[in-house]
Design a protein around this ligand. Sequence first.
Ligand code: APR
Length: 325
Amino acid sequence: MPLHIVRNDITAMKVDAIVNAANESLLGGGGVDGAIHRAAGPELLAECRTLGGCKTGCAKLTKGYRLPARFVIHTVGPIWRGGGHGERELLVSAYRSSLELALEQDCRTVAFPLISSGVYGYPKDQALKVAVDTIGDFLLANDMTVYLVIFDRAAYTIGSRLFADIAAYIDDCYVEQHTESREEEYRRAMAFACAQAAAPGVPEGLNQAVERLDESFSQMLLRKIDEKGMTDAQCYKKANIDRKLFSKIRSDVHYKPSKPTAMAFAIALELPLDQARQLLEKAGFAFSHASKFDIIVEYFIAHQNYNIFEINEALFAFDQSLLGG
Ligand code: APR
């Protein structure tokens, strides 16, 4: 899964590079800057002194010293002054410059804090959106695994209206009792489809649908990619799935993916709810109203919002696992 949103202390992350939310002097400070310098040891400051500072929106690289990470990429986010002074552009630039620097160093894994969302006062939900959108765009064109490290839950909220909307949807749909096992659900769905097919005067469309009953998940996925005019890479990147997993699904016609993976492809293909259900059935699953995870994903499909990073933000806000491989 190329973009993970995790709760952690960035100084503990065992990745190729962690990103520091520094100030233009690069001579240390509080917040994550202070934590990184404390964990890396004095050699980090000594190297920073040789860099001659860093302009807002730019990034510079040092070694990681005593950190588990090999490198530290120091970037400077904008100070929030109400939003009318190019803050968003500067924040996008800070993420982009850091990612490009990581690419130049052949980093395969990078961890970011939520830049500017602390001392610099950038509203947290807007800071998160900029981070997710900018990193997400970069990952559509580059193979890298990026961790967005949220230090404390308070620092992490999705828009309150969206949160309330989803909470209401969960209330409407969530049922306490457990649904049948996945095999029973699958058997039920197949029995229904066969009964429909045997009925007299079955409309043409349903005959085709029944012919596809024995179509596997992998076959339906590849058919849908073709129907949408997408490339394989466009699809699995939009699904936030890594290339290796996609190759497994592509090469094994009977491959059964996990439920989050099947859902992630339904999102990437922007399938309407009925087709998303069909794709899930091919993997032996069904949307369950006994699962908040399923209800949240169903909410976004029902509202035709297929932005997988926004869906993952919402899943994270509701303490659910994330979509993707
Ligand atoms: N791991 C991960 N994230 C952390 C950690 C940590 N150990 N410590 C703090 N954070 C989070 C904060 O919760 C916040 O969401 O990092 C985010 C960025 O907050 P700041 O560190 O305050 O950085 P920023 O808002 O960009 O302000 C930069 O603060 O520390 C000074 O020298 C720095 O002057 C610069 C300014």
